[in-house]
Design a binder for this molecule. Structure first.
Ligand code: HEM
Length: 293
């Protein structure tokens, strides 16, 4: 498998259009078909190293859909469904929105730049899509927190006492900070390239750390909810320790969330799946192309 950084032909569809191919053309047709043949063979060689990326990317998309489906199924099948009325059905929005926002949408947004299809193109639309997905993830998480705080307020339950809530608050606060700093540094046209270069490694590291924190929050939250809901005893539901179907299902949801997080972190950690830092000099590409940071 070829290293992305070491071979420009791996990454850029228009690599064959270098200066020697342009200019004083005498017989355009043979040149065009030669260029087409070169492009096809380059496209084929570029596709091969990307197959393993797309296998993991499809796995990630599937795991994300499975997480969102399973959390909704758990809530509707065993926890009485959704409402926004101060009852425990209002609480139910909390896991559904946190898993959808701070895990699935966040994870999808985090790996967006790794999709090789986006590499030969102007980066600006992908930056905007990345920022939009992350903003959507943040808004869903904030709604998820409003659901649980509103429920606690309505039922006079104390706030932020558990380890789960501490980790959850830390994850959401860091995410909000990361979004604001990221938008200012990477989206504002006036922000200097040197600042972008300085911030980029920290942005990537903090991005992975926030995902790890949110996975921890989900696992501890599922565990806590099962302890609350499955108390056992004569007049209530089966005990968690007897592993009723709800516990098996919710534990499995936790495993799916962990698997999703691991696949995101794996994709982020593989160097040859990173978007190349800069376009090589001979590449001819869109005049709208922005700087690459
Ligand atoms: C990234 C995901 C999550 C974050 C950031 C998060 C955050 C929080 C926060 C800050 C609270 C405290 C609310 C208050 O004190 O009024 C809380 C409560 C709670 N959350 Fe989550 N949560 C997440 C996912 C989940 C999931 C998936 C479940 C599964 C059911 C869950 C279950 C609970 C429970 C049972 C409480 C009430 C008890 C407590 O305050 O610890 N959470 N969550």
């Amino acid at each position: 498998m070829q290293q992305v950084g070491s071979s420009t032909t791996d990454n850029f569809p228009l690599h064959h259009l270098n200066s020697s191919d342009c200019g004083s053309e005498t017989s355009a047709e043979p040149r065009k078909s030669k260029a087409r043949a070169q492009k096809e063979s380059a496209d084929l060689s570029r596709m091969r190293p990307n197959v393993s990326f797309y296998v993991f990317y499809l796995l990630l998309l599937g795991l994300g859909v499975a997480c969102m489906t399973c959390v909704c199924y758990w809530i509707t099948q065993w926890q009485g469904g959704f409402a926004w009325d101060g009852t425990h059905q209002q609480f139910n929005w909390h896991p559904a929105l946190m898993v959808t926002g701070l895990v699935v949408f966040y994870g999808y947004g985090a790996v967006l730049y790794r999709v090789p299809l986006t590499w030969g193109q102007n980066k600006l639309p992908w930056k905007l899509l990345h920022a939009t997905l992350m903003l959507l993830a943040l808004l869903l998480s904030i709604m998820g927190l409003c659901a649980v705080f509103g429920f606690h307020y309505a039922k006079n339950i104390p706030n932020v006492y558990s380890l789960h809530s501490w980790i959850g608050i830390a994850a959401t606060a860091l995410f909000a900070l990361q979004w604001v700093v990221g938008a200012v540094a990477f989206l504002l046209p006036c922000s200097p390239t040197s600042l972008r270069k300085l911030l980029k490694p920290a942005h990537v590291w903090l991005g992975g750390s926030i995902l790890s924190l949110s996975i921890m929050a989900c696992i501890s939250g599922i565990n806590e909810k099962l302890f609350f809901a499955l108390k056992g005893g004569a007049n209530s539901s089966a005990a968690y320790s007897s592993l009723p179907p709800e516990a098996v299902f919710a534990n499995s949801l936790g495993v799916l969330i962990v698997a999703f997080g691991l696949v995101v972190l794996l994709i982020l950690s593989i160097r040859r799946w990173q978007r190349p830092e800069s376009m090589p000099a001979e590449v001819v590409y869109s005049p709208l192309h922005q700087d690459d940071n």
